[in-house]
Ligand binder design. Sequence first.
Ligand SMILES: [Zn+2]
Length: 865
Amino acid sequence: MTVSAVSMLRPLVLALVAASLVAQERPKTPPTPMPGGGAPNAAPRVDAPKPPEGDPKPYDKVITSELKSQDGLFKVHTGKSKVYFEIPKTQLGKDLLVVVQVKKSPADASYPGQSVGDEVVRWELRENKVLLRAVSFNHVADPSNPVVKAVEAMSTPGILMSFPVEAFAKDGGPVIEVTRLFTTDVNEFSAKRALQATGMDGSRSFVDKVKAFPLNLNVEAVQTFNPSPVPLPPGIPPQYAAMIPPPPTRTAVVHYSFVQLPEKPMMGRLEDERVGFFSHSHLDYGRADHEVARRQFIARWRLEKKDPAAAKSEPVKPIVFYVDPATPKQWVPFVIKAVEAWQPAFEEAGFLKAIQAKEAPTPEQDPDWSADDARYSVIRWVPSRTANAMGPHVSDPRSGEILEADIEIYQNILQLQTDWYFTQVGPLDKRVATLPMPDELMGELLAYVITHEVGHSLGLPHNFKSSATYPVEKLRDKGWLEKMGHVATLMDYSRFNYVVQPEDGIDPKLLIPKVGPYDIFAIKWGYTPIPEAKTPDAEKPILDAWCKPQETTPWLRFSTSGSMGADPGEESEAVGDIDPVKATTLGTKNLKRVVDMLPKATLKAGEDYDKLNHLYSAALGQWGRELGHVANLVGGFDSEPKVGLQPGVRFTPLAKNRQVEAVKFLNENLFKTPTWTLPAEVLRKLGPTSGQAHLVNLQRGVLNGLLTPTRLTRLQEQEAMLGDKAYTTSALLGDLRAGIFTELSSGARIDPYRRNLQRAYVDLLGARLYPSAPVAGMFGGGAPTLPTLSNDDTRGAVRAELKTLMGLAVAKSGDRATKAHLEDLRDQIAKLLDPKFAPSATAGSAAGAMRGVRPESCWPELTEN
Ligand SMILES: [Zn+2]
């Protein structure tokens, strides 16, 4: 199964985790067509009026000397705001892949490289018309099987557009005017969904650039869309609609690339969910199975040995990445090193020098070289404030063959690397005692990012399980780190080794992920030729046997298909998540050191406190993520990928004591006020009130995650399975009470930090009681999760808990503020338990939580006593 970056987002999204930290890498896998063809949610086509159709004219009356002509995949003629394609007869009926992306757009609408659509198309000449037809490979059958006729009948290629033939060239190939393909809404290629718009305005759209290359042809169009109306925020009466400013017009540059597909498709390799590869799926009707088989071919490059008899041979055609000439000179050697870091993995698959990096030729060396040419894969340097990188690829949907990959590195990825390195391992590397970091170190971090992106371009998706396959102790062992690294793949989001402590004396080089044993295993599995197998099915038993070592070697395993966020070992942004309590204990020690380092590292004479502010928030964000890994133990299931007759199960509930230990850790470290997160020297430089808001946001984020409906459903599932051996929702609420309301039993004074925490917690319980109130959206972070019960019994446990708290919230002693707070809490709970008041109360609490303000401001009438 294919696992994309987005599908693996954790449900526990902490308030302090910036959205930009989640890298948006995206495989350019064509979307699965809807039954019967057509794009999802296809709307009626809005074409410009068709030009009058006349008989073809003489060639030189259409292609006049005023037009500019280019040779390439097919001849292109441009001028007078028109674009003509001259399609050679030999190209008619051939498969072309069209890849459409947003290249530039208004900042809030989309991001550069966002996919709009991918389609395989063919040009078809019918008398004096040329049809552009979309071909689906969703339904296939062996050509020798009689069912193939029926399959073909079922998959009639959709006609995307029809063009009158303007003239015929000498070879008999038609000349057509294709401008409106790029200036009207074609559902399959329309950027309107990506840009949140309704439809294209042809009068404000035009073709800007056309460039033809031997294997591809690129068109860039400036397209203007009418924006979708802004919906009224929940709770705002319709009469206020006029007060909402209209959304801005969406004008974007949309890039079309027509790429020729290989004449003979490569033999596909069937996917296996135990080894992660991006893949293309199709339904095969030509098999003897008693059901229609869904089959998937993995995405991989076509590597063939020059010397098929040799154990190791150079490939006929190596994978070559060119370094964008715009890359700052100091980074070029690191980019080259980053690409070639994959060579040892390919050697294991039997290929020498299979993957190479080259500096792009200068215009003097090769005037025809272009980064847009599909014959060249390029690592592009994008001057952008976006802190990200992408490793997409273009592949043949018939076979999975990767044809081209252009990796994009956004310049501000350097800042993200600084944030991560400083907050995760700053105390372990003397070079970051003061910032900025030296170029030599930044180069290493950049190389790590690029090696990861190249991994995607080789077909590998993320493998978040990998960081939970080594024992935590080994992550502090020099010998182990040298041989195995701290994570078995750099395709995990396991960044820098924050488990290491200064006293371990680990060389900082060993803190950065490298190509690891899982990567080598996966490349070997996906790329080693199997010459004796003449069909994909004949490869199957051999591929199955190659998975055997996974049964005894955990670090060769891939994420478990279908675990849907239940496995706390599938964390992103985690090191040592096989035991998050141990890893976060060690990470917290480093973060305390990081906070101490902040003033010296960031303050410069004559400069403001922006850097200090940024890295202080980044450090708390890092801690929030590490705490989230601990919270995910609650209601967790350990998982192991298995298929067929392998013994044992795939999902095992986490032992009760591990869940109890997690809540205990959170009580002792997060809910008991962590004063180290509130350094007066830093806070009073940043502002008058920043401390309380930072802390309560962090605490609320973790509590929010602990109370997600999916987690509580899993707790209920564990109770149903294990009875009194399970950790239950009531036990969780009781344990949280013991940590959050310690003062209620001792009668101690409740300070402002703890008052904030206690109010926030009661608020969240209220929100859990009325999940249909608007607050529901704040749970879960929108990630795909296990289905929740339609009628779970959490409500009873939460009600009982609120009643217990109401009974306990009586001041035995303490100061006036403590008494006032407890009285307020009792009123707050009474309202929550009273159905007359509750829904509006929860809506208020949601608004407070989302704004990140202290929640009591939602109920001013209750805080005046
Ligand atoms: Zn990635």
